[in-house]
Design a protein around this ligand. Structure first.
Ligand code: 3H9
Length: 701
């Protein structure tokens, strides 16, 4: 990620004429972000238009595929005086004495929409989208958005748009008065025509001179109540509500000035740094060294899925949702029927909520072919095995698939822990084998760990990445090891959580310590949900393989009482009908008895110690994973933790969180807690670096 040099940028705005209309075209590919060079070009264009009596109006348009997608996020860390002067440009537009027209295609987001609202008029193609997504970056609209949008669309709608960050279509924006004219066909020609029609209109209808419709106290109260649920613990949403309220209460200039101050406050917060880190990390994670745009890919027109259980069914839905036909295989008719009815029920529930029509439900179910015959997978372009975690079963399936699948088909396993190299070794085509690790519920969770085995071909890898995007997943490439990235780290985290309880904490305190960090579920709430028997089986298996005695921790003892978590109506906790975890006195006693038997005197463990021990156990394992090359970048690990494990995006993921704490402090704390810091972590701490710097240096190497 390079930061542009502010000193010697050429203008990124071209001037041209259509008769009496001056056209300013912003050319800053790929998304016309408002970088250094754009404001200079726009201001020069406005000066030229002001000085030339033959110019009656100005049109501002984006070159390439879009209008302006916002301020250039890469410039956020520049000192204020070197930042692109978006606010100054908009002030100049607002004071301009000839009509200005923003002509929008693609997206006008953030600073892009603010620029457009600084113009006198806005026109757009019907397919364009406009929005203020700043909240997703932990900031607020900082160039007039909080003051102008409420004046145009009313307080409630503006709050909705600014707090969700989601864009709306130009067609809706036109109904709201945010777009003055929709233009079918040639946007520039339509915009010039519109500008000519408005050339003599006076006074100019400036948004800054309007008042805010619908600004009743209950609108702001409802917004404040809403963000307590949707944005718990976050700074920028409440600043947005405050500023929108100001828009209605104080003169424009006062709100405009307050917005500038609050924008800087939000921008310089760790929350915004975390969210910006994730914005770039997510895009970076799609890049794989050695794989380029020219790497051949195969077209995925059909999919086969083996196993119609929870995972198989969820995976199938991802394909059906984007119109890819799926053949789903089971060994028993009953299991097949059950799997199909779960998929249908899921779709019907979505339809009941009004989020899809019954025709859509039928269309998707119509793309699904159930079968008991694996031979029916012979034409599938990709086959994903989603049966239970047992190497012998998986090897048997892949041996059979080798004889069934057509040449070039991708053979994928949804294993969450097993060695994909070993699975590939039973086929005559290990280059076609890959791990595609979906997260449960697979139709909801956005993460897809793409496990590159030793012999996986570039084509299979590139096709899998493209497929992830197509089925709307965030695909992250990882290497083969026990548990890959996410589960390997979460196993270490689970060990630490059990240890903290063993030393004296209550499970609910440990969970609360992670809730305090912003995770919706702590380690024990999570394991009760996943099923305690899963972790139990893994611990038993690992001990057996290592020739160690049968594990006998407090949690193993809970499982042995028959309590397996939510599926047995209780595990570490009891659950009420709303699935709220309630501490169970018998389990508490079991833990106390366990400590007494082992001669452990319980000690008080603070929330801070618990949070740090748990978060840093992830970080320490993450550093080992990085050093072993199982993950390509620390940013990839952060993306995995946010999309697969509910780590709050505003913390930037565990590795970014550690960098914010200072890696020196993390190492010191790990040592204090009796853990050995990973060599990479120690080295970075000694060099005074962050994980982001490590990624950047590695990227340049
Ligand atoms: C703001 O405006 C603050 C103001 O209110 C106040 C200021 C005072 N800056 O996503 P893609 C890069 S905050 C810099 O893969 P798509 C992106 O990193 C901003 N770079 O394409 C990627 O680079 P690379 C409010 C940006 O077609 C490349 O462009 N605006 C920016 O899937 C392609 O991006 C937003 O939050 C940017 N603003 O999606 C909009 N945007 O190729 C953020 C993109 O090197 N952007 N890049 O990896 C988006 O939502 C999507 O990028 C967009 C295109 C929908 C535009």
């Amino acid at each position: 990620m390079s930061t542009p040099d502010s000193s010697s940028q050429p203008s990124l705005v071209q001037q041209s004429r259509d008769g009496d209309v001056l056209i300013l075209t912003i050319n800053n590919p790929p998304v016309n972000a408002f970088s250094v060079g754009v404001p200079e070009g726009l201001k020069a264009g406005l000066d030229a238009a002001a000085a030339d009596d033959s110019v009656t109006a100005v049109v501002i348009i984006g070159g390439g595929r879009t209008f302006v997608a916002g301020a250039d996020i890469r410039t956020f860390d520049l000192p204020r005086e070197q930042s692109p002067d978006l606010r100054g440009t908009i002030e100049k537009l607002d004071a301009f004495t000839k009509p200005t027209v923003a002509a929008i295609h693609g997206t006008a987001l953030g600073g892009g929409l603010e620029l457009a609202m600084g113009c006198t008029y806005r026109v757009a193609v019907p397919g364009a989208q406009v929005g203020l997504p700043e909240v997703k970056l932990g900031v607020l609209p900082g160039a007039g958005g909080t003051q102008r949008l409420p004046r145009v669309v009313g307080a409630a709608k503006a709050l909705d748009m600014m707090l969700s960050g989601n864009p709306i279509r130009a067609t809706e924006a036109s109904q709201l008065g945010l777009i003055d004219r929709l233009i079918d066909g040639d946007l520039l020609a339509g915009a010039v025509e519109f500008a000519r029609e408005m050339a003599d209109a006076r006074p100019l209808p400036r948004i800054s001179e309007r008042s805010v419709p619908g600004a009743t106290p209950d609108v702001f109260a409802a917004a404040r109540q809403g963000i307590r649920k949707t944005h718990r613990g976050q700074l920028s949403p409440s600043l947005i509500v405050d500023l929108a309220e100001m828009a209605a209460a104080v003169p424009f200039q006062e709100g405009w000035d307050a917005e500038a101050t609050k924008f800087m406050e939000a921008k310089d917060s760790p929350q915004s740094r975390g969210l910006r880190h994730i914005f770039f990390a997510e895009r970076e994670s799609a890049k794989i060294p050695g794989i380029t745009k020219d790497t051949p890919t195969t077209e995925i027109k059909s999919a086969g899925i083996i196993g119609a259980g929870t995972m198989g069914g969820g995976i199938a839905m991802n394909f059906l949702n984007v119109g890819i036909p799926v053949t789903i295989v089971e060994t028993q008719q009953e299991a097949l029927d059950r799997g199909l009815s779960v998929i249908r029920r899921n779709y019907e529930n979505t339809a009941k909520k009004g989020r899809m029509s019954m025709e859509d439900v039928e269309a998707r179910m119509g793309l699904l072919t159930p079968t008991l015959d694996m031979g029916d997978l012979k034409d599938a372009d990709i086959i994903i095995e989603a049966v239970f975690e047992n190497m012998d079963v998986k090897k048997d399936i892949f041996t059979r698939l080798d004889g069934i699948a057509k040449p070039g088909a991708i053979l994928a396993s949804n294993t969450s822990t097993l060695d994909v190299n070993e699975i590939a070794s039973v086929t005559s085509r290990p280059e076609s084998v890959i791990g595609l690790h979906f997260f449960s519920p697979a139709n909801v969770m956005k993460l897809l760990e793409i496990v590159r085995a030793e012999k996986t071909s570039d084509t299979v890898l590139a096709t899998s990445m493209a497929l992830a995007k197509r089925i709307k997943k965030v695909g992250v490439v990882v290497g083969v090891c026990d548990g890959f990235v996410g589960n390997r780290m979460v196993h270490r985290y689970g060990d630490e959580a059990r240890q903290i309880v063993e030393e004296g904490a209550r499970p609910e305190d440990v969970d609360a310590s992670m809730n305090a960090l912003g995770l919706p579920m702590g380690p024990f709430q999570m394991s009760d949900m996943a099923g305690l028997d899963i972790g139990y089986a893994i611990r038993q298996h690992q001990a057996k393989v290592a020739g160690q005695p049968k594990p006998d921790g407090w949690l193993d003892r809970i499982v042995e009482t028959g309590r397996k978590g939510q599926k047995t109506q209780g595990g570490i906790y009891d659950y009420d009908e709303t699935r709220r975890p309630i501490p169970n006195a018998d389990m508490q006693k079991l833990i106390e008895d366990y400590r007494a038997e082992k001669g452990i005197t319980p000690r008080e463990i603070t929330q801070e110690e618990s949070t740090k021990r748990l978060a840093y156990s992830l970080v320490n394992e993450g550093a080992k994973i990085l050093e072993e090359g199982i993950a390509q970048r620390a940013g990839d690990i952060d993306v995995i933790y946010i999309y697969g494990y509910g780590f709050p995006a505003y913390r930037g993921g565990p590795m970014q969180y550690a960098s914010e704490q200072g890696l020196k402090n993390v190492v010191a704390d790990l040592e204090k807690f009796g853990q050995t810091p990973a060599p990479l972590l120690k080295r970075l701490a000694e060099e005074g670096k962050t994980f982001a710097q490590y990624d950047a240096e590695k990227g340049r190497a």
